[in-house]
Every structure is written in C-alpha cells, then in structure tokens.
Design a protein around this ligand. Structure first.
Ligand SMILES: [Zn+2]
Length: 299
C-alpha cells in the first residue's frame, strides 16, 4: 500500500553540500552553499514523491535556526515549515495529516564516529539511554508517534544510517559517502538516487511508530567537563557525577523536553518561551535573507 501524506524532517549535516563544521554553522560562506544544496536535495525528493502519487508533503526544516531551506526553490505544492514552533509537537509544530516521516540529511549520535556527529548539540559528548548512545532520529520519531506517524526513510552518513536501522527496525536508509571529499562528488546523481530510494519507501509498511516508552535511564556527558555538568545539574535539579548528569525520563518525548532545556534554555526563560520563539525565528529569517543575498552575488 502506498502512503500519500508525507512529513519530511530535514537536517543539513548529512545533506550533499555540508562537508565541514563551518557549513553547518550560522552565517558562513560554506553554510550559504550548503543551504542551497540541502534545498536541492529536499526538492529532488519532494518532486519524486509527488510524481509517485503523494498528495500531501510537509517539510520541516530542523537544523539550527530552522531557516536553511529556501521555499522558493521547492515545489509549491509542498508546505515548508521553517523555524521553531511551540507546539503541538515541540519544535516541529503541526504535522498535518501526515502518515509517514522521512528524515533527510541527518547525522550520527554524539560519541560515535560519522560525519559531524552530535545529539542535540556538539556540546554534549554523549547521551546514553539505558546504556546505549542515542541518535536524534529516535527522539524526533518519538515526537511523531502520538500522531501515529511511522518513520519509513532516513538518509545520512553510513554510520548515521546504521544507527537509524538500530532504532527503527526495517526503516529504509540511503547513505551519503563523504570519505572522498567534495571534489568529484556527483551531487546530481546522488540526489536522483536519494529521491528514488525515498519514493521506494512510500510502500514501506514494515515500520511502527516509535513510542520510546520508559522508564529510561539517561546519562548526559558534557564536552566541557565537570564544571558544566555541575552547573546544569544545579540549574535543572538533576544528579551530577563527574562530567555527566543522570536522570530518569518517562519516555523519549520527555527526554527530548529535558534535553532541549539543558541545551538551549535557562529556567527563568521558560515562561517567556512563547515570546522568545518569534524573536529566535526572526534571527533565522534574517540569516536566510543573508544566504539569498550571498548566493545572488555568487557566494
Ligand atoms: Zn543539524
């Protein structure tokens, strides 16, 4: 059976134009080029999905500010959600009537090898759940489970793909091999194959929504070491041990909530979040305007 309503969650690290940390950073020359390549990757998939019979595609831009994709280069039939939303899904917003999710351009977990690996932020050296290193795909997929949205497709570096298959058995994966560097990488051919693979996943009926039920025993190790762990433990009332904090989460969505707080917030800001988000999104929009200007000048 063919699923016709698709949610795409797009990141930049595993996309075809991101070859180093600068390209995943904000307002760099490399980032401008990576935004364009990421948009073209997503567009190849979107076109393929519509051609194959999809009738609803929602694209969630989920890298850094959430403003990396240029909607004007994407099929107008798709809805592009830039920026971050307070709800109904934390960060992601409204998933519409999506039946399945496709994760494009993701990366491997903190503490593992792969291209630009991290979980939430590179400031976290490791996030372990019941002893296992946690990749973001598990967190994001779990946010979609209450809406009965099944993860069916994942693309990223080979290690990221392996981690996705571990978290979501039977998920279709498509790799990007960056070991040879950007020179000589044939993005057009790769994109074409990416789209073909994603279209094939429209009939992947073998996956289940990832509920991520707990209790989950969580350990978060900070790259900056014990002083940061101590500060975060105090700030969020968690247990601290050396360079890590420990806590129990009820399930993966609850873990996502706690990690988001640890990585991006301070308690005093929590009640202000509905006000702070539009400001943060404004920063993202300004960044994307800068990208367009840069690309027009021939970045
Ligand atoms: Zn990212």
């Amino acid at each position: 059976m063919l699923s016709r309503r698709v949610l795409i969650v797009a990141d930049i690290e595993g996309s075809s134009g991101c070859w180093n940390y600068a390209a995943s950073s904000f307002l760099t020359h490399e980032w401008a080029l990576a935004c364009e390549a990421m948009t073209l990757d997503v567009q190849a998939v979107v076109k393929g999905l519509f051609d194959a019979g999809a009738d609803e595609v929602i694209i969630k831009d989920f890298h850094r500010t959430g403003y990396n994709l240029m909607p004007e280069l994407l099929d107008p039939r798709a809805r592009v959600d830039n920026g971050y939303a307070h709800g109904p899904i934390p960060g992601m917003g409204d998933p519409g009537r999506s039946e399945i999710a496709m994760f494009l351009g993701l990366h491997a977990a903190s503490g593992t090898r792969g291209v630009l690996p991290h979980t939430m932020t590179s400031r976290l050296a490791e996030v372990r759940v019941n002893g296992r290193l946690l990749p973001e795909v598990a967190l994001f997929a779990s946010l979609l489970a209450p809406y009965n949205i099944r993860p069916v497709f994942f693309s990223g570096c080979p290690i990221a793909c392996q981690q996705a298959r571990n978290e979501v058995p039977q998920i279709t994966t498509f790799e990007i091999d960056k070991t040879g560097g950007p020179d000589g990488f044939d993005a057009t051919t790769w994109r074409h194959r990416l789209a073909q693979s994603a279209v094939g996943a429209l009939t992947n009926c073998n996956t289940r929504p990832l509920e991520g039920r707990g209790p989950l025993e969580v350990k978060v190790v900070f790259r900056d070491g014990a002083p940061t762990a101590k500060k975060m433990a105090h700030r969020w009332r968690l247990q601290c041990q050396g360079d890590a904090v420990h806590f129990i989460a009820d399930d993966l969505p609850a873990l996502f909530d706690t990690l988001s707080r640890i990585c991006y917030l301070v308690p005093v800001l929590l009640p202000l979040l509905p006000l702070a988000l539009p400001l943060y999104n404004l920063k993202g929009r300004a960044g994307l305007a800068w990208v367009r200007h840069r690309l027009k000048k021939g970045a």
